[in-house]
Ligand binder design. Structure first.
Ligand code: ZN
Length: 136
């Protein structure tokens, strides 16, 4: 699998509006944008840091996996995402190694990305996202 970079770090929050002042005014990261990912029932806010981002995830519905996460574990670190150049090839390789996946096929993420999650049982507790960015 060709790992390109740490793409972003996902943080589950109850309210983006409530936490944005901390990240913008205190930490000094400028908001790049907010996007709703209907498929995952979340709103995401992107805070770029050099070539990576902090991704704030706010559930838009009680059925959102992020809502379930907050309910169970509280707000906080949700996942880390690594950027791959070819997500289909990366998934095939993980399957060949018998790695337990949440997503067998890529799905659509924010910003035109294609993403897939690896099960935290396979990574000793870290929810890992593979992320393929659209060509620039
Ligand atoms: Zn993510």
């Amino acid at each position: 699998m060709k790992l390109e970079n740490l793409d972003h770090i996902g943080v589950a929050v109850t309210s983006i509006a409530e936490v944005l002042p901390f990240w913008e005014s205190v930490v000094g990261i400028r908001l790049h944008g907010i996007e709703e990912v209907v498929e995952q029932k979340v709103r995401t806010a992107f805070l770029p840091v050099d070539d990576t981002e902090i991704e704030l995830l706010e559930p838009t519905s009680a059925e959102s996996p992020v809502a379930a996460f907050i309910e169970k574990r509280g707000e906080g670190l949700h996942h880390i995402a690594i950027r791959v150049d070819d997500i289909d090839a990366a998934l095939e390789e993980l399957k060949r190694h018998g790695v337990r996946l949440i997503d067998e096929q890529p799905r659509n993420g924010a910003g035109g990305t294609r993403i897939a999650f690896v099960h935290p049982k396979a990574t000793h507790g870290v929810l890992l996202e593979l992320c393929e960015r659209p060509p620039k």
